[in-house]
Design a protein around this ligand. Sequence first.
Ligand SMILES: Cc1cc2nc3c(=O)[nH]c(=O)nc-3n(C[C@H](O)[C@H](O)[C@H](O)COP(=O)(O)O)c2cc1C
Length: 187
Amino acid sequence: MELVEAIRTRRSVRKYKEEPIPAQTIRELLELAVWAPSGMNTQPWAFVVVEDREYLKDLSGRAKTFLLERLRMMPQLEKYRSMLADPGLDIFYGAPVLVMIYSSKASTTYINDCSMAALNLMLAAWDRGIGSCWIGFASGIGNTSEVKKELGVPEEYALVAPVILGYPAGPANPVQRKPPRILNWRK
Ligand SMILES: Cc1cc2nc3c(=O)[nH]c(=O)nc-3n(C[C@H](O)[C@H](O)[C@H](O)COP(=O)(O)O)c2cc1C
């Protein structure tokens, strides 16, 4: 797939086939993710791959509880209250793989760096017919000491990008883009 086509056609996928992604393919995607630029070439990213379905189901439930308990502090998420309270909602949409991009906080640009690695990962996945979606709902729970301990992540690391991967089970929702808002083009 052409790069421009991948950029234009990648969509967040929220319906997945059961089919697992071969381990070799996941490795290739991680290898492509790390070609992202990073501030002072610090390459601060560190990955956790979760394929354990029971763990994903459990993590989804814990993520919803975590958010519901804190919604009053996050008014912008209030509109998701009833959705998060739905016991049937799997925040990972049944995806077979969750890649969590963590980072040491030593670098001042780690959020930018890991976000770019995440986009590389999502575009490289799309190029291979694999759908993805960044799951911000998982950020809070993934940053708890409890989850970091369970996943062998050093306590001082932060979760930047939880990204699900899997083979799409149908077309993604079409979304529009506003044209670029150019504030100034000074010559
Ligand atoms: C930081 C971030 C957090 C996101 N969190 C979620 C999420 O928790 N659940 C979800 O379904 N989509 C989530 N998304 C996906 C966005 O909703 C999606 O990218 C946006 O609607 C544009 O659609 P597209 O990716 O198909 O172009 C997130 C995207 C980003 C960049």
